[in-house]
Design a protein around this ligand. Sequence first.
Ligand SMILES: Cc1cc2nc3c(=O)[nH]c(=O)nc-3n(C[C@H](O)[C@H](O)[C@H](O)COP(=O)(O)OP(=O)(O)OC[C@H]3O[C@@H](n4cnc5c(N)ncnc54)[C@H](O)[C@@H]3O)c2cc1C
Length: 426
Amino acid sequence: MSVEKIDTLIVGGGQAGLALSEHLSKRGVPHLILERHRIAERWRSERWDSLVANGPAWHDRFPGMEFSNFDPDAFASKEHIADYFVSYARWIAAPVRCRVEVKDVRRKIGGPGFRVETSEGLVEANNVIAATGPFQRPLIPALIPKDAGFLQMHSNAYRNPDQLPEGSVLVVGAGSSGVQIADELMRAGRRTYLSVGPHNRPPRSYRGLDFVWWLGVLGKWEAQHVEKGKEHVTIAVSGANGGQTVDFRRLADAGMTLVGMTTTFKDGVLTFAPDLADNIAMGDADFLSVLDEADAYAIRNGLDLPQDPEARQIGPDPACMTDPIRELDLTAAKVTTILWATGYQVDFGWLNVDTFDENGQPKHQRGISEEPGIYFLGLPWLSRRGSSFIWGVWHDAKFLADQIVTQRSYLAHHHSPLRKNVTSRT
Ligand SMILES: Cc1cc2nc3c(=O)[nH]c(=O)nc-3n(C[C@H](O)[C@H](O)[C@H](O)COP(=O)(O)OP(=O)(O)OC[C@H]3O[C@@H](n4cnc5c(N)ncnc54)[C@H](O)[C@@H]3O)c2cc1C
């Protein structure tokens, strides 16, 4: 069987794989990207129909290319984003081979590098980069048995309201996905319950500037560690409907029923934690702290920005907050669908190398794994808060390309004839 040889193999042709390809090409490193579907496939087929970027087009992009024919302050649709990456791949002449799945990677026996089994044959590579996404396998908590009589769907499989059976919907999880999907379902006339956990909800814009700008100048995208105790705090933002601040009270006023964290299920009845008001208060505190920090930044830097006192007005608590539902008989409430917007797990079943902890989590430092030659890219918090986002992964990719070049130069030294002369003389 013939074996294809390549210096560096990138697994995954999403934004992470393309960013690394750009940096490797600039540094003259021969490489290949294998993508099991199409470029930026997850944006095309693993997101709901109406999804738009959470950040404006001037921000949610790579530094080298703008979105063509698109208002930079608007929010690109998922198709626009996928098309952007296809154009980008063309622009940087990325060596992408689509419809090839990497099935197994392991260290070569009796030689350097890795043996890679793909759906199209064998490849040998000195370096392998896992760029297979921050959000790989949908995570549904084991709370409600599969045969309980309700449609249970992860946000990853949700497309639009028409896809769901008639009836009310409980959306579990109020991060950006959950809150946007719940809003869409409510606007489509569904009775909607939203289970709200701890969250941050930055203002969509403040004093005329989008929150992505404020988080940027305040250095928050560069934060290197999740604050202690905030590991499970999600961020609720939305570019939908032109981009609006996520405001749970406004959603409740429009007819959504907010509930606390979903905790148990027994005999058709779901129980919710008594934490709704606390979770919303925590989101408010985060919201106001961003405004405070923004004001302080504006003063310190002498920015002449319009005042925005209305931003600080927080409406009265709705009844579902002051007198929260603690138990819901799903059948009595006509709930037919439970939509889990509860996040994702990693899935590195194809990567059989020694760099995972007992929970299957990759062990790495800024993407450099414990197995020399294996790298990770695009994971949440790989090096900083922005790592899994479009603008952040590009910078992590640059760092990894540097590391790969450095390692190549060490190996080149090892193989150099000069070194052989030196060693033969000693
Ligand atoms: C709902 C949602 C909304 C988001 N919105 C934004 C946003 O507005 N702005 C922003 O900056 N970020 C956003 N993100 C985060 C992030 O930008 C995306 O998740 C993005 O898709 C990550 O890109 P990636 O290249 O790291 O991974 P992916 O896009 O997941 O790409 C990985 C690729 O690897 C391929 N692959 C996997 N396994 C194999 C294998 N074994 N062999 C070959 N190929 C393989 C997959 O097919 C996939 O194409 C959002 C995420 C989600 C879930």
